[in-house]
Each structure stands twice: as structure tokens, then as C-alpha cells.
Ligand binder design. Sequence first.
Ligand code: MN
Length: 200
Amino acid sequence: MPFELPPLPYDYTALEPFIDEQTMHLHHDKHHQTYVDKANAALAGTEWADKSPEEILYHLDKVPLEKRTAIRNHVGGVANHTFFWESMGPGKGGEPSGTLADKIKDEFGDFETFKQKLTDASVNHFGSGWGWLVDNGAKLEVLSTVNQDSPISLGMKPLLACDVWEHAYYLKYQNRRPDYVAAWWNVVDWDRVAERLNKD
Ligand code: MN
């Protein structure tokens, strides 16, 4: 089955004023849709066409070499954006609790230190890409990836992602990526992040 664009899990205005309606429309309806279309085109006729985006990204080294770059970019774009929408919600933000909070404290010392680390990874990432909190198998880790590269391809479990492509913020924030990332914290859905941590 070809991939389909999943509907946003909330209204296009739901993340206002932090992420504006027009950006959500363009980002979801146009950018994400394009990744879906190009991923389907790249996978058509291959044995990977029926696999999930996550399974494909985990086995990127096995996909046909002549299609690998297109699959990496566009299947990555499909998975990363679905993951991104599901990482956010209206009335969210704040801080995590429970096991997730404990793990963040164990690894980074306290929540504010972690928050600064992921902010820095996102704001200072050069060019297009993503800031991530991941479970690397041994511990939590903050990192950034270029383009649509996924931590899944590095054998890691993504927990939280901040899209720092200009299309994610330029309409509202123009060149002010730090302002966008600061606003983004207000819509992070920590319950969802905790679910991912607790899932095998
Ligand atoms: Mn994006």
C-alpha cells in the first residue's frame, strides 16, 4: 500500500500563537504531502513498497543503491513529519513527569539543562534538519540530523523532534530560528514522548 498523508491530529489553528495556521497548512498539506508522493514514487516496484516508513529507515543500507538517496530523503520526510505532528498539541508544554523526567534528570542533571541542550542542537544546526531527543539504547541523547535523516537509521529510538527546516518557521519567524524553537517548547506533548520511551 502506498503511503497516505495522515490528517493532522488537531486543527490547523490549534498550535497558535506558537505555530501559525498558515505555516501548518503549507507544512502539512504541501511539504508533508510532497514527501509522501515522492516516497511512493521512489518505492514503487521495489520489495520495500509495502513496508512501514520506520522499517525502511531502519534498513536503509539494504534498499536498492540507485534509489537509496531518494528513499532516505522522502521516506525520512514522511516518518519525521508524522512523528513531529504527534509530538505536539494544544495546551501542552511544561515539563515531563514520571520515568521520563527521572531519565532526563539522570542524563542531563535537570530539565532546564536538557532543554538548553536540545534548544542549542536545534538552533545551531547548520542548514535544514532536525533536533532530537533519542534513546540510543543505553541512555537518552540529544543530537541533530541533516535534511530528513532519521535517528532510526542510526539504530536509535526517537522520542522528540524539532523541525528546523525554514519551511517550519519562516512565515512567522523569518530568520529568527531561536524564537521559533523557544515557542515550540510550549506545544511539546510530554505524554506522547513518555509513551515512546516506554514502548519497545
Ligand atoms: Mn518540515
